[in-house]
Ligand binder design. Structure first.
Ligand code: SF4
Length: 485
């Protein structure tokens, strides 16, 4: 993971804009993403070939998530009660620093020195690995994709397939360089076997396992975790201690809400009817049981989610089930890749979630990294109106009204230049006489406008300079005898 991605506060507001040109000019990166995204889109389309079935399942999933959010405070209390009854110790963390301190405290109290991790985006969000490593605790990622990027010292570029930006040859070279005794091979089975050999030893040596949570069921105090490699199951059952970390929005009301969401999640994410493993964790090992950890902890993270929850429109962001379908179909993400976004969550979901978590003052360019084509909303299995939320956040960046109190950093995009620009445009567009005069002047002198001059060059860097018509529509109408003034 690069230091830049670890730094939330203070990340330049235009980090995306700064990185995008390099990504667009990287043919290898573009080819890797194009190939991977085409495959994922085709697999998903095959899964939802029946529009009526898709619509009905989507309605069920959306209803389950919306209902859970409508009752979230009550559900979280119920979840804590049920988990506690099941023997799971529940912790509440308001900030990433608090969550990191809680996890570190649990590990230190247990004398744990080595941790094996299942895939978890929320631990990426809080930069848990770096925190634990800084305190002398070794963390090993056990998901194959996460293991690869950990070896490479990179951050995930996709929320479901973290190393999708790498091709076979790059992984082969990485393994040959970083895994002792491993020669160069591009045979997938041999590469997988090499990772498996290393990770088997890590599972056996680990003092604790850390995982994320896909759904936390309040009715039964059950943590649902889906995966394809069995590493999630090994991480949460083999070591004597299991710590699950999740955002507070992952709560569901009932167990019966799980099947439709599971079906939507796996089919949208990887085009699979179901994942190979569905783990339902309901507490530590009980007397007489032969496996399972002796202690299970659940860390519930807020990190700005309560603030998002407080805004009735932006609250829809929290319905997300992290399937990544929006990014697989996004014309921006598929061309620039996940690292261009700088923050943990890339693509359309990142463009609405990151500015709300980190603040518009440091992630204000993210909502602008969109053509507003609506592809993301079309495929979102829980019907999050992503384009509408992007427009709302763009507005918040320049015009924080009374309704904007929920968005951190609102108004930070309102520079003096923009303010003057908008005032002038209001004057011109509300005065017919002034509009005609400016139009005429633009027709005469527009060609003299230097496209290279800042700040106009921010427009002309990617687009051709607009050519003003020599005659306005009014003049042409008058000439043609259609003047109604
Ligand atoms: S916003 Fe929708 S499509 Fe995107 S990851 Fe979340 S649930 Fe999936």
């Amino acid at each position: 993971m690069t230091p830049e991605t670890r730094t939330a506060t203070g990340t330049p507001r235009a980090a995306f804009t700064g990185k995008a040109p390099a990504a667009l000019n990287d043919p290898r990166l573009r080819a890797n993403f194009r190939r991977a995204m085409d495959g994922l889109m085709a697999k998903r389309a095959a899964q939802f070939a029946d529009p009526a079935e898709w619509a009905a399942l989507r309605a069920r999933g959306t209803e389950a998530r919306a209902r859970a959010l409508a009752k979230l405070p009550e559900l979280l209390e119920r979840l804590e009660r049920r988990c506690t009854e099941n023997g799971i110790v529940v912790h509440w963390a308001e900030t990433p620093a608090e969550a990191n301190a809680i996890v570190l405290g649990i590990l230190q109290a247990a004398g744990a020195r080595r941790v094996i991790k299942g895939k978890s985006m929320v631990t990426e969000e809080i930069h848990l690995n770096a925190h634990l490593e800084a305190h002398g605790i070794t963390t090993v990622e056990s998901d194959l994709g996460e293991y690869i990027i950990q070896l490479a010292g990179e951050a995930p570029s996709h929320i479901v397939m973290p190393c999708i930006h790498k091709n076979k040859a790059e992984i082969a070279a990485l393994f040959a360089a970083r895994i002792p005794g491993q020669g160069y091979t591009e045979t997938v089975d041999e590469l997988t076997a090499a990772a498996r050999r290393t990770l088997r030893g890590e599972f056996a040596r680990a003092d604790a396992g850390i995982s994320g949570v896909n759904f936390a069921v309040a009715e039964t105090g059950t943590l649902v975790l889906i995966e394809n490699e069995g590493n999630g199951r090994l991480s949460t059952t083999l070591p004597p201690l299991h710590i699950a970390v999740t955002g507070i929005e992952k709560a569901l009301e009932n167990l019966e809400d799980v099947p439709p969401l599971l079906s939507l999640l796996t089919r949208s994410a990887t085009g699979q009817p179901i994942t190979t493993y569905v783990n339902m964790i309901s507490g530590p090992r009980r007397p007489g049981e032969k496996d399972g950890p002796h202690a299970v902890h659940l860390v519930l993270l807020d990190n700005g989610r309560s603030r998002i929850y407080g805004d009735p429109e932006l609250r829809d962001t929290l319905r997300c089930i992290r399937c990544a379908a929006c990014m697989n179909h996004c014309p921006v993400y598929t061309r620039v890749g996940g690292h261009t976004y700088t923050f943990t969550y890339p693509g359309p979901i990142g463009k609405i979630l990151t500015p709300q978590i980190e603040g518009l003052d440091c992630a204000g360019d993210q909502p602008h990294a969109s053509s507003l084509c609506g592809a993301c909303a079309e495929v979102c299995p829980v019907q999050i109106p992503i384009p509408e939320l992007l427009v709302r956040l763009r507005g918040e960046a320049v015009h924080p009204g009374p309704a904007a109190v929920a968005v951190k950093g609102g108004g930070s995009g309102y520079t003096l230049f923009e303010s003057l620009g908008w005032r002038c445009s209001t004057l011109v567009f509300t005065s017919p006489r002034l509009y005609r005069t400016v139009g005429r002047l633009a027709g005469w002198f527009g060609t003299l406008m230097p496209g290279w001059l800042p700040p106009l060059n921010r427009w002309t860097r990617f687009r051709s300079k607009p050519r003003f018509a020599r005659h306005s529509l009014h003049q042409l109408a008058r000439k043609g005898g259609y003047d109604h003034e």
